[in-house]
Design a protein around this ligand. Structure first.
Ligand code: AMP
Length: 144
């Protein structure tokens, strides 16, 4: 399955972004309120500045305690983000996630943010493909 197909299947309304300078506590609030695992950091909702996930916050709270909550998100986000395009295949995305040990990949088009794929989206797409393959194979066997 292609990334473009996953984006079409996703019911949510775009990517949740926060601007640089946002306090870590506000990031945690948004992750909690939106029930998501990562937020893209962007000055305008299009340009990619970084990504921050719940893991970054937990790691920093574990290291330094709650004082990190008043720092700005730049101090804990990942600035070098692995991205994909609409034309990428879910198997390639899964490989990138496995190699890089992360669960979120922003989708860019013409250098601008157009979506975000999570490992949950990829697993859902693979399960649906496997189910279709199973039905097709069963159909072929019953047809003999
Ligand atoms: P995650 O598994 O997505 O919660 O993220 C695990 C770690 O990888 C965190 O430090 C994130 O900031 C970082 N991370 C998440 N997504 C990406 C990505 N697409 N490219 C690079 N790093 C990422």
């Amino acid at each position: 399955m292609l990334v473009s197909q996953i984006l079409k299947l996703k019911s949510d309304d775009g990517v949740v972004t926060l601007p640089p300078g946002t306090p870590v506590a506000r990031v945690a609030e948004v992750l909690s309120a939106r029930r998501i695992g990562a937020v893209v950091i962007s000055p305008d909702g299009k340009q990619l500045g970084g990504i921050v996930s719940e893991r970054d916050i937990v790691r920093e709270v574990g290291r330094r305690g709650s004082t990190c909550l008043t720092d700005t998100v730049e101090s804990i986000m990942t600035a070098k983000v692995v991205t994909c395009t609409r034309a990428d295949n879910t198997n390639d995305i899964l490989q990138k996630m496995t190699d890089g040990r992360f669960r979120h990949v922003p989708v860019l088009e013409g250098g601008e943010l157009i979506g975000l794929i999570s490992i949950g989206d990829v697993v859902k797409a693979r399960l649906s493909e496997l189910s279709m393959e199973k039905d097709a194979l069963e159909g072929m066997i019953k047809g003999f």
